[in-house]
Structures are given as C-alpha cells and as structure tokens.
Design a protein around this ligand. Structure first.
Ligand SMILES: C[S@@+](CC[C@H](N)C(=O)[O-])C[C@H]1O[C@@H](n2cnc3c(N)ncnc32)[C@H](O)[C@@H]1O
Ligand SMILES: O=C(O)C(=O)C[C@]1(C(=O)O)C=C[C@@H](O)C=C1
Length: 247
C-alpha cells in the first residue's frame, strides 16, 4: 500500500494546532513513526517474537492504540498458537480505515494467519477478555496521566497467568542533564532522518500538550501498583524504551 512522505510540519504554520491522529497523519504515519522513533522497526518485529513466547491457546492478543496495525501484523507473522485471536483497537477512524486495508493485503499474501478483530473504540471504555498478550506500543503516552493507572489495572486483570504486557514509550529522565542529553540526541536522530529544524520545532509544539512521557521509575512504580509482579526493560534506543510487565 502506498503512503506519503511526512511533510506535515515542513512549511511555516501560522498557528500550530494540537497534534491529532487524523487523515493527514494516517496518510504519512509509516514514514513519520520510522523517522521519529529510534528503534521502531526493531521494537515492532520483536513484539511478534516476544508474543510467540507468551501466547496461549484460546486467548486474545490485544494491540491497543494499533494505528495502522504494524504490531498486529508482526503478531500474525510470529504467533502460531492454536485458537488465538488478535484484537486491534484504536479510536482514530482514519487510522482504522487504513489499518483494515493493510490487514486485507496481509491476508491476501499469507495463509493461516491469526484472525483479527479491528475495533474502533476508546481503550479506556473497552472491556477486555482473557488475554495472554497485551501490547501498548507508544499509546499510553497519549492517555491522560490521571487515567493511566485504571487502564493498567484493567489490563492486569485481563491477563492470564503466564501472559505479558509489552509497554513501549518515549521516556522522560528525572536527572536534568540526562534528560537534556537524550532530548538532544533524539533531535539529532530526527535531523539525520531528513527533518529540518522547522519541522522538528513545529512538531514539538504540536505534540507537547497531547503526549506526556513518564520516567522509567514512574512506569515501574505504576505497573507494580496496578498489580504487575515484575517489570523488565527489553529494549532502549535513546529516549525510547520497551518493557515487559508480568502479572
Ligand atoms: C503513536 S500511535 C501508536 C503506534 C502503533 N501502536 C504502532 O506500533 O505503529 C498512538 C495511537 O494511539 C491511539 N490512541 C490514543 N488514545 C487512544 C484511546 N484513548 N483509545 C484508543 N486509541 C487511542 C491513537 O489514535 C494512535 O493511533
Ligand atoms: O517525540 C516525538 O517527537 C515523536 O515524534 C514521537 C511520536 C511517538 O512517540 O509516538 C509521536 C507522534 C507520532 O505518532 C510519532 C512518534
């Protein structure tokens, strides 16, 4: 499927509106996320590898905040467990229209893929069925901070013994020098991927009110308070990390 290069912030914008996952973003999203999130392709592919280790027969695999379904596709490439179903959820209609097209294309290319339900819903309002794997791949950072604990508690309650939550997030650092260094390096990553100073600055303004990263310490504490028994980082590249939280 064709997608456009991300030039959403390339021209000077008189007034910078808050970032939303609308049609314009959906059209450029594969290019945007690959050029903005260091390690993104590695994280996505390896969520499939991790999922194959945790998936249990007769259970659900959730991709919460699935966007175009990159994680869902990785789950279907790697998981061969009997009678599993992927539930891909997002509240952006524009994202899900394209997500369904990508999944149809995957269906046409491969046989014996896990079935998928694509659901348009706010993940805060969603009832979760018994799950062996839940992926929150760069989604929790967009949930209002006061509502993050209840979402994690709901996920914890839905997880079967032996299951896992995979949580990927942009990190904030509590030590100011560390925060400044990793933020500078992330800007260097974006520059190296062809974004101009203007694009970087305008995207930062658009996103600062809607995306609120936490520190690793905050994530760990909140996961433990939600009832998870252990939190293991399995990937970090610059200020982007992914954790395995076990029930
Ligand atoms: C950075 S993207 C996630 C990327 C995706 N998981 C991937 O790996 O390509 C964040 C997604 O979360 C979705 N989202 C944000 N808040 C949500 C909510 N309350 N309920 C459902 N989806 C939400 C957005 O629409 C967006 O598609
Ligand atoms: O931190 C940034 O500047 C980003 O662009 C990160 C990020 C993300 O982490 O989800 C933010 C929004 C886009 O969806 C793609 C990437």
């Amino acid at each position: 499927m064709s997608h456009d290069p991300d030039r959403l912030f390339a021209q000077p914008l008189g007034q910078i509106k808050d970032f939303v996952f609308n049609e314009d973003v959906a059209r450029v999203f594969p290019d945007m996320i690959k050029r903005s999130v260091p390690g993104y392709p590695t994280i996505v592919e390896n969520i499939g590898v991790l999922a194959a280790r945790f998936a249990q027969p007769d259970s659900q695999l959730y991709d919460l905040g699935c966007s175009l379904g990159a994680v869902t596709q990785a789950l279907r490439r790697h998981v061969r467990t009997d009678n599993c179903r992927v539930i891909a959820v997002d509240n952006s209609h524009a994202m899900l229209e394209r997500c369904r097209e990508y999944l149809h294309a995957q269906d046409a290319m491969f046989q014996e893929l896990l079935p998928v339900n694509v659901i348009e819903s706010d993940i805060l309002e969603l009832d979760l069925q018994a799950a062996s794997l839940v992926a929150l791949n760069f989604t929790l950072q967009f949930i209002p901070p006061p509502r993050r604990p209840e979402l994690l508690r709901k996920i914890r309650q839905a997880l079967l013994p032996g299951g896992a939550l995979i949580l990927s997030e942009k990190l904030r650092f509590e030590e100011p020098h560390q925060h400044e260094l990793l933020t500078d390096l992330h800007v260097a990553f974006k520059r190296a991927n062809g974004y101009s100073e203007l694009e970087i600055a305008q995207k930062r303004s658009a996103i600062e009110n809607v995306m609120k990263p936490d520190s690793l310490e905050t994530h760990r504490q909140r996961l433990l308070e939600a009832g998870f028994s252990s939190v293991t980082p399995w990937f970090q590249c610059l200020n982007f990390a992914s954790l395995i939280a076990l029930p």
